[in-house]
Design a protein. Sequence first.
Length: 145
Amino acid sequence: MAQDFFPPRPEIRPKIYAYKDTNPQYKGLLKVGFTAIDVEKRVATQYPTLRPGDLPYKIVLEESAVRSDGSSFTDHDIHRQLKKRGIKNPKGEWFKCSAQDVRSAIIAVREGIQNEENRCLDFKMRPEQQAAVDKSIHYFNSFGQ
């Protein structure tokens, strides 16, 4: 009965991606985008003409666009974050930045923080660290009761 009540979760896995174009006129620029399909497939649709040789682009970043509460965000959120940091945006979705700049913007949006340190690594606390934090929260909350 419960299976009939709740619809199945869609298999959509939203992603933020960044790629660089190998054409010299795009040197130092990254295209920052969003997709709910495979990143390789999405970027390939932006280069519709098949041509021999190496691909005219290189994907440099692919990250989940889902927060820990299950909500998602888009490339527009990342664009705003990059602009807020003063990163140049010559046109559209192109930014004069590194993959680490984009990754730190993703962390800021995903976690809802300023991320002023511009950190680009994201990891969970070790179990003993989480236990210490939980214990402290419990201790301080006990005074309010």
